[in-house]
Design a protein around this ligand. Structure first.
Ligand code: NAD
Length: 347
């Protein structure tokens, strides 16, 4: 079945949408934008995986986010339930089996750039906080402890930042960190000539690891980038390196990073994403016993800062996510395709 013949517009007047992993910010922003579209829409609190996918019965669109797992087994269920479109409300699509969706005649759309600024700015926030220890200073001062011991930072000016992945977010991050007077070196599978012309030096990964004081990850999660930060990569890095990951958790081999932190090779780790975050992030687990021992170990290091996949979370981004998602759905149902559709060759 070709993408143009997936759905006949005369048979479905309005797409019926099932939104998974629906938190308050999603419900509020989607309801607001839907005032214009008036599509039938239901919000489901659970994340999508093979035990919850059947909730999509009677819907022709499922809308999912970063920690929903739309693997082959889920797509089998969606196909059986006659779902026609998987609308990702995020940029990354590593959590969807694109080949299987294509084979099943189900379209996949995404929101490629809701706010690269939001993620790049959060990345900078992690760097500044880890370096100048705002989180510790905040608590200390509130408790009447005005001592400076343990709060020593370093000048960003003159340091070398190594950026892996120089797409939309990486490029904005480069602009921000250059503003602090950092030298930037970069690695990308497809280097940008514009960035080169603007003075960014592309190097291979070995050189990037050897020269960078700060390494920031902005590449997608693919078979090639899975565990790109592993034992070997860490051994090639500078002593006391700062590693920042606001991209996808599995770019980092958590066990290897824990060893690097224990040996003090890694001086700072800032992450907004975590390898096994599906079981943790976006939920209030404050009264629960966390079962993930690696995550708990990470939390014990004084030089590790973790945020729970909030880099995208600005008012502008949330509005763009809702608007683009509805626009994608409308386009797909009216024309059988969308400019934000993902095809197997995009992987
Ligand atoms: P993008 O597609 O604009 O840029 C990705 C860059 O990575 C491209 O330049 C590409 O050539 C490069 N790349 C691809 N394969 C590579 C490889 N093997 N090695 C090195 N570089 C490679 O994407 P973007 O909008 O800049 O987003 C980057 C990533 O950020 C997304 O894939 C997503 O995982 C993540 N993200 C996280 C959040 C968050 O809230 N934490 C929000 C949005 C996006």
């Amino acid at each position: 079945m070709t993408s143009n013949s997936k759905i006949s517009p005369d048979k479905v007047s309005k797409p019926k949408i099932a939104v998974f992993s629906a938190k308050n910010w999603v419900i509020n922003s989607f309801n607001e934008v839907n005032k214009k579209y008036l599509y039938p829409i239901s919000f489901f609190e659970p994340r999508m995986y093979n035990k919850t996918a059947a909730l999509a019965k009677d819907y022709n669109v499922v809308c999912v986010f970063v920690n929903d797992s739309v693997d082959a087994s889920v797509i089998e269920i969606l196909k059986k339930e006659k779902v026609k479109l998987i609308a990702l409300r995020c940029a990354g699509f590593n959590n969807v089996d694109i080949d299987k969706a294509k084979e099943s005649g189900i379209g996949v759309v995404r929101v490629p750039a809701y706010s690269p600024h939001a993620v790049a700015e959060h990345t900078l926030g992690l760097i500044l906080t880890l370096n100048r220890k705002f989180h510790k200073a905040y608590s200390r001062v509130r408790e009447g402890n005005f001592a400076l011991d343990g709060l020593l930072g370093f000048d960003l000016h003159g340091k070398t930042a190594g950026v892996i992945g120089t797409g939309k977010i990486g490029q904005i991050f480069i602009g921000l960190i250059k503003g602090f007077g950092c030298e930037v070196i970069a690695y990308d599978k497809f280097p940008s000539e514009d960035l080169r012309a603007n003075g960014v030096k592309y190097v291979d990964l070995q050189e990037l690891y050897a020269k960078s004081d700060i390494i920031s990850l902005h590449c997608p999660l693919t078979y090639e980038t899975f565990h790109i930060i592993n034992e070997y990569a860490i051994s090639a890095m500078k002593q006391n390196v700062m590693i920042i990951n606001t991209s996808r958790g599995p770019l980092i081999d958590t066990a290897a990073v824990i060893e690097g932190l224990k040996s003090r090779k890694i001086g700072y780790l800032g992450i907004d994403v975590y390898e096994e975050e599906e079981a943790l992030f976006f939920e209030d687990l404050s009264e629960k016993v966390i079962q993930d021992d690696q995550f708990v170990r990470l939390e014990t290091f004084p030089n590790v800062l973790i945020t729970a996949h909030q880099a995208f979370f600005t008012a502008e981004a949330v509005k763009n996510i809702a608007e683009t998602t509805f626009q994608n759905i409308k386009e797909f149902f009216e024309t059988g395709k969308s400019e934000n559709e993902i095809h197997p060759h995009n992987k």
